[in-house]
Design a protein around this ligand. Structure first.
Ligand code: ADP
Length: 463
């Protein structure tokens, strides 16, 4: 069953119970008040009648010392006539509870008469021939006799009113429930709209539309849930995009790797085949063996680099505080023999948190690349300075530079701007990929500024 229908039904049940109980209580309250008033009036009337009876008994001729039954009947018939419409209903009994006079239509039994004594005044509500009456009984003290006066007052109207009240209330309740149901259907549909929007969003996302978002139409808990859902969807989409990019990068990597393997292997196989199938002169044999050796070396270098990248990816860096000076001393010694192009080192002293051996690898790669890109009489500058947020190390050259469109691609594995130039300098397009992996461990990344024909500056910040 739909949630909105459940909401409507539960509201209807609560509304029906509330209306039912309140209606019953209200109609009953009115009925009881009216009945109480009628009983009060009946008792008052019976008191007045007994007083009238006693007054009438005072006028009995002096010859009687005790009120005779004939006079009782006479007074009773007079009192009976005094009623408003069609006379009163009354019954007179003597001290032995023998009935002396009964109005016609007085149908009450003698139960109340039996219970009543001369000191009490009693009543009961009775039903007789589809009518309701207040039946009262009081004692009369008239001329040395104790008599009992019973009256019957018709209160059917009060009961009819109660029945009418109930019937009216039932109709009102039904109308209100139907109206309430229609209104509740609209309200429930409005309240559950965010749930419907969320459901649609989850269905669309499950069908592969990861960019689909649920519209947030309220600020309540459901609105908050929609917001949280959308945030979760954003995070998921981001992760999926990242995964897709990673898969794409991996496929690219595999393609490039296969290609980079193929070139040296083709050369090696070709020259080896030549050596084994032809009788070559010494010079050609040496040349073929040389090709096999250099291409083999290239393959070896490539496999070492690849290993370095894999290790860097998995490395848990052993970060240590180390003085930058030591790094520069190492680099100076490493490139001491290199005179062309000229390498200039300058740095500000500082102690930086890093894995020094890995950072040395990065810098050796960057300086190597800068040298390869520079003319023999060029200059490569390696600088280190304190900046906001850390320590920046930069390697600048004034060589061939990198076209703008290529700058974002060169950190990808096996990417070379000019393949033949790179291969001729023993490159395989893995150096910058390794640098990027190492800097990732240091929560840093490679910044590349370059202009074709003017030179490049590769820098990174150690936080
Ligand atoms: P490689 O082993 O080929 O040097 P890298 O990953 O280190 O591989 O570099 C990728 C490519 O980026 C190089 O082949 C080269 O084309 C380009 N490159 C790197 N550094 C520079 C630089 N300082 N100036 C010009 N081009 C550069």
């Amino acid at each position: 069953m739909k949630f909105s229908i459940k909401l409507v039904l539960s509201t209807m049940i609560v509304l029906a119970l509330a209306l039912g109980f309140s209606g019953f209580y209200f109609v009953n309250y009115v009925f009881e008040t009216s009945l109480e008033r009628e009983v009060g009036q009946a008792l008052d009337e019976s008191s007045i009648l007994s007083f009238a009876f006693e007054t009438a008994a005072l006028n009995v001729p002096l010859k009687y010392s005790v009120l005779p039954d004939s006079v009782v009947e006479e007074i009773a018939s007079k009192l009976e006539m005094g009623g408003q419409s069609g006379g009163r209903l009354l019954r007179i009994s003597d001290e032995e509870k023998n009935i002396l006079y009964t109005s016609s239509g007085f149908t009450a039994d003698e139960g109340l008469l039996v219970q009543t004594d001369q000191h009490t005044k009693s009543y009961q509500v009775i039903r007789a021939q589809n009518n309701f009456y207040v039946h009262t009984c009081v004692s009369i003290n008239a001329l040395n006799r104790i008599l009992y006066l019973e009256t019957m007052k018709d209160v059917t109207g009060v009961f009819t009113e109660r029945a009418l009240g109930f019937s009216l209330y039932r109709k009102v309740t039904v109308v209100m429930l139907l109206t309430g149901m229609v209104i509740m259907l609209f309200i429930a549909s409005f309240l559950t709209k965010p749930i419907r929007l969320l459901t649609r969003a989850t269905q669309n996302m499950a069908a592969g539309d990861y960019a689909y978002r649920a519209r947030q139409i309220s600020r309540d808990e459901l609105g908050q849930l929609t917001g949280d859902f959308n945030r979760m969807a954003n995070a998921l989409e981001e992760n999926i995009c990242k995964l897709e990019e990673e898969i794409e990068a991996r496929e690219e990597f595999m393609g490039a790797f296969a290609h980079e393997l193929k070139t040296p292997l083709t050369a090696i196989i070709g020259y080896a085949d030549m050596l084994r199938s032809h009788k070559l002169d010494e010079e050609k044999s040496i040349m073929s063996a040389n090709y096999i050796y250099t291409e083999g070396k290239r393959l070896e270098a490539m496999s070492f680099r690849l290993l370095d990248i894999i290790v860097a990816k998995q490395e848990e860096a052993q970060m240590q505080e180390a003085p930058v000076g030591e790094l520069f001393v190492y680099l100076r010694e490493m490139f001491a023999e290199k005179k062309e192009p000229e390498i200039r080192f300058s740095h500000e002293e500082a102690v930086v948190r890093m894995e020094a051996n890995l950072i040395k690898t990065v810098l050796v790669n960057l300086i190597d690349n800068a040298c390869k890109a520079s003319e023999a009489d060029g200059v490569v500058e390696v600088t280190g300075q304190r900046v906001d947020g850390g320590y920046r190390i930069a390697v600048r050259d004034y060589g061939i530079g990198i076209p703008e469109a290529e700058q974002s691609k060169i950190v990808k594995a096996f990417y070379m701007v000019d393949k033949s130039r790179a291969r001729s300098k023993n490159g395989a397009g893995l150096g910058l990929a390794l640098c990027a992996e190492i800097l990732k461990i240091h929560h840093s990344e490679l910044q590349i500024e370059s202009k074709e024909g003017e030179g490049s500056c590769f820098s990174f910040l150690l936080p």
